[in-house]
Structures are given as structure tokens and as C-alpha cells.
Design a binder for this molecule. Structure first.
Ligand code: ASP
Length: 321
């Protein structure tokens, strides 16, 4: 069997076990399993890494539990604004969007930009017009805004002095990296940003080398956490650079990137990376990162807490959903 693999994250944020009940944990794991299967199915049929990461991210964009697409966090005005990026490790082509409000699947818009546009990054109404011109589905706030995210936004509004992210506010990006049977790597990241962020704020997600990066030669990377920290550290590119120029392993580069400039850049960081052999590394300083991995001929696994470092098979029943 030819080698292929997919890995995903559903965000990392500082959270304690007491802040999450079992039902929610199971729901996250089900959502991760669904996304993993969506990506794996593409790869198993011989599809491209690019299509696989899009499929996995689409699944989480549809799932209101995650902070991407439907159910994403709200800005200080109580509105959705999405950022997304996708990168093809083979061609180094990129598509990225910032601050779009009505695109049902921001990652699919990013992919159309990668495929059809001479530019890498489109924002706001220009990006939305490009989505319309390419027949992508647009939706209104009634589709995107869920009661849970509205409540998280209200909490944040009422605690205006508390500028830091609150644990459990679920401001967590989704992402995927994949290796296909042709040896191509791809990375995709999609987010609703931070709860109560300023209108027009764009995070690390669509910043190439910040929150998203892929190059067949070395690795594919998708980040989550505080965008301002991740983009200032150029963390996705740092993983690549430490492997390429300093000869670090995937695991070492990912762990080092989590610590990089820690004195000057403090905040939540989560990094998902995959090397050109399909090996995966998850790095995070939050104690909690929703994550999953499935390689050809191996058992799939999903995990949430740091202590779940060992592979944990997902029940077959869950994978068949
Ligand atoms: N990185 C995202 C942003 O800053 C948010 C997250 O991953 O939680 O927009």
C-alpha cells in the first residue's frame, strides 16, 4: 500500500479538565473523528493532499462545535469574520482569505484562490465577490451564529476589563495537514478568530509562514493559538526552517517552535506538523489540543488532553458515522 496520512487539529487553548464535561469531550472527539474520516476517504481513493485537507476542514467548518464556519467566535460587534489559508507543498501555490463574513466554507474559497487567482490573499468584500463569481455558497448570520458562541461573546462583553482569552471560550481554529500517495504535502487552516476581536482584525491563519505553511521537501504545518504571537514568531515557517537548515527532526522542530521567543511572545500556541514521510507532531503549551491522526494501514486516533499522548484508537462505530 502506498503511504498516505492525514492529521487534524480543532484548536488549542489553555483549559483544565474541570472546565469540560464528558459530553462535550465526546462531542469533540466525534467531530474530530468525522473530520479525520472525511480527509482519509479522499486520500484512500488516491485523491490529493490538497483535496484531503479541504475535506477535513470543511467537516469542522460545518460542525458548530469548532471555531470555523458555522459556530465560529464573534467579533466585538457580535458578527462573524473568518480567515483561512491553504498551501500546496508541491507547487508552493497559496490561497488565503481574511475577514470574510458570508462565505459558508472559507477554506474552499481559499482553495479557489489558490487554483484560479494570480494573487495569494483576498480580504473582505473583494474576497466575497470572488466567492460569488465562483459560485461558492454564501450564508447569512442566521446560519453562522450559534447560541453558545453568542453567550461566549456576551460573557466577554460583560468582562471588558479581562482582555486575556478566557479558558473554555472556545476560540479555537481548525486545521489539517496531509501527505498523498504521490508524495505531496498540503496544509489548511480556518478560523473565526478570537472572541470579541476588533472588527477587521486578521490573525495568523492566513499569514503564510505564520499560521500555515507547506513544502513537499520538508513539512506541512497548521497552527492555532493567539494569532499575534504566532504571526510575530512566524512559527509555521520556523518549523520548516529548523528542519531544513538546522537538521531538526519534525518532533524537535515542532517542540522548539512552541518555546521560541517565549520571553517576548507569551500566549497560547498549538502546532500541527507533518513531514514528507507522513509522520506527525503535535506541539502545544496549553495542556489541551483537539487533535487526530490517521495514516494508511494504521489505527486512527483522536485526543484532547496532553496526557493522551499515546495513540488512542477511535472506536470503529465512531469512524463509520
Ligand atoms: N489563531 C487564531 C487567531 O488568532 C485563533 C485560534 O487559533 O484560537 O485568529
Amino acid at each position: 500500500m502506498k503511504k498516505f496520512a492525514i492529521a487534524i487539529h480543532g484548536g488549542a487553548e489553555t483549559t483544565k479538565p474541570s472546565e469540560l464535561d464528558n459530553k462535550k469531550e465526546e462531542a469533540y472527539k466525534d467531530g474530530l473523528a468525522d473530520a479525520l474520516k472525511a480527509g482519509y476517504d479522499v486520500l484512500e481513493k488516491g485523491g490529493s493532499a490538497l483535496d484531503a485537507v479541504e475535506a477535513a476542514v470543511n467537516s469542522m467548518e460545518r460542525n458548530p462545535l469548532f471555531n470555523a464556519g458555522r459556530g465560529a467566535s464573534l467579533t466585538e460587534r457580535g458578527e462573524n469574520e473568518f480567515d483561512a489559508a491553504i498551501m500546496d507543498g508541491n507547487t508552493l501555490r497559496v490561497g488565503a482569505v481574511g475577514a470574510v463574513r458570508y462565505v459558508q466554507h472559507p477554506i474552499s474559497l481559499a482553495k479557489v484562490i489558490l487554483q484560479k487567482c494570480d494573487y495569494c490573499l483576498l480580504v473582505g468584500t473583494g474576497a466575497e465577490e470572488f466567492a460569488l463569481a465562483n459560485n461558492l455558497s454564501l450564508k447569512g448570520p442566521e446560519y453562522f451564529v450559534t447560541p453558545e458562541k453568542k453567550e461566549a461573546w456576551l460573557d466577554k462583553q460583560q468582562n471588558k476589563v479581562e482582555k486575556k482569552r478566557m479558558p473554555g471560550s472556545m476560540t479555537d481554529t481548525v486545521g489539517a495537514v496531509a501527505l498523498d500517495i504521490n508524495g505531496n504535502l498540503a496544509a489548511a487552516t480556518s478560523t473565526g478568530g478570537l472572541t470579541d476581536q476588533l472588527k477587521g482584525r486578521v490573525g495568523d491563519t492566513p499569514i503564510i509562514g505564520g499560521g500555515t505553511f507547506a513544502n513537499n521537501e520538508v513539512c506541512a504545518v497548521s497552527c492555532t493559538g493567539e494569532g499575534e504571537v504566532i504571526m510575530r514568531g512566524a512559527l509555521a515557517h520556523e518549523v520548516y526552517a529548523m528542519m531544513k537548515y538546522a537538521g531538526h527532526s519534525l518532533q524537535a522542530a515542532t517542540e522548539k517552535a512552541i518555546q521560541l521567543h517565549a520571553d517576548k511572545l507569551q500566549g497560547d500556541r498549538g502546532i500541527l506538523s507533518m513531514d514528507s514521510s507522513g509522520k506527525v507532531a503535535f506541539g502545544f503549551n496549553t495542556g489541551f489540543m483537539k487533535r487526530g491522526y490517521w495514516a494508511a494501514d494504521e489505527e486512527p486516533f483522536v485526543a484532547l488532553w496532553e496526557s493522551e499522548k499515546l495513540k488512542k484508537p477511535v472506536k470503529q462505530k465512531e469512524m463509520e458515522k
